[in-house]
Design a protein around this ligand. Structure first.
Ligand SMILES: [Zn+2]
Length: 319
């Protein structure tokens, strides 16, 4: 049997698991190397993987990019390759031509996160299950558990919500913040890791990622305001998802931003979701608790998720 290597390619870290050992390297990404052209970053990625993947191995890669999983074509990633869309990147072809001996399998990182979340937290009665990641980028993925599928569009995409216009009642300076994709006022502009920092800056709120939770614990009004503003676009998206899909029984919220502030994030989200605005609202605190699971660090293992997808646990299908 061939060796299996699991890889997680994020905007910040490139993690490579081989047996029991996991190596963590700085990602060849726009976040790490601002201004470096995307083809150069891609070259660095291929060189690194070439070095780490043994002869004849199976390599399951969880990839932080919008990706057509059926043909391994990447359609862009703000954190990884930055800027405006630069055209399709045939990632699977590039890897296969460098190392034809390896069985490469590319999975979007949110799909891998969804597989890991479903494996760990789906209840037998859950019909549709979604996973939303809030880290250096933001995206969601929903699976139909009754037939173990992830429906995707003609380009192989689903749930690229990070680059939708943010629903926000914050001041205009916040609503017009630039996004890593080149757009303006996107959900990622406000609610992603870099977004939180940018919001704090335009509002003149002192912010340090390492002390933010402590500021919230201490009850600092500025910290509470910052949290309310960065959670709002996410709460609005979730409210919309639940409104449009009555079979959506479970939503996992993960990624560094949400997991780092776990209890605070969960409480703020619950408060915003349970707010009644019209006769059509049905989200009580109890119902929110039934649907939403705020992930703790360690709940989601994208490497295991990528392996599960490679084993056929969930299938992306174009409909
Ligand atoms: Zn964007």
């Amino acid at each position: 049997m061939s060796t299996t290597v699991s890889v997680d390619l994020g905007g910040t870290w490139l993690r490579i698991r081989h047996g029991d050992a996991t190596e963590r390297l700085p990602s060849p990404s726009s976040i790490r190397q601002p201004g470096t052209p995307s083809d150069e970053l891609l070259e660095q990625l291929v060189d690194t993987l070439d070095l780490h993947v043994p002869q004849g191995a199976a390599a399951n890669i969880s990839c932080g990019a919008a990706l057509d999983e059926q043909n391994g074509v990447a359609l862009g990633s703000g954190p990884l390759w930055g800027g405006a869309p630069t055209g399709e990147i045939p990632l699977l072809d590039v890897l296969t031509s460098r190392r034809p001996d390896v069985r490469w399998r590319l999975v979007n990182d949110v799909t891998a996160g969804l597989a890991s979340f479903a494996l760990g937290f789906a209840r037998p009665t859950d019909r549709h299950i979604a996973y939303l990641t809030i880290s250096s980028g933001i995206a969601a993925r929903t699976a139909v558990l009754t037939d173990r599928t992830i429906p995707v569009d003609h380009r192989g995409l689903q749930g690229e919500i990070g680059h939708l216009r943010a629903m926000s009642s914050a001041p205009e300076a916040v609503r017009t913040l630039p996004c890593a994709c080149g757009g303006i006022g996107h959900v990622s502009s406000i609610s992603s890791g870099p977004g939180v920092e940018a919001v704090a800056e335009v509002l003149g709120i002192g912010y340090d990622v390492d002390t933010f939770a402590a500021s919230l614990t201490a009850g600092h009004a500025d910290a509470a305001r910052l949290l309310r503003i960065v959670v709002e676009p996410i709460a609005e998206l979730i409210r919309t998802m639940i409104t449009l899909d009555p079979r959506l029984d479970r939503i996992g919220i993960g990624g560094g931003v949400a997991e780092g502030l776990c209890e605070f994030y969960g409480r703020e989200l619950e408060e915003q979701l349970a707010e009644t605005r019209s006769y059509a609202d049905s989200l009580t605190s109890e119902r929110v608790a039934e649907i939403i699971h705020l992930c703790k660090p360690g709940d989601i293992d994208t490497l295991a998720g990528a392996d599960a997808i490679a084993d056929g646990y969930l299938r992306a299908i174009k409909i």
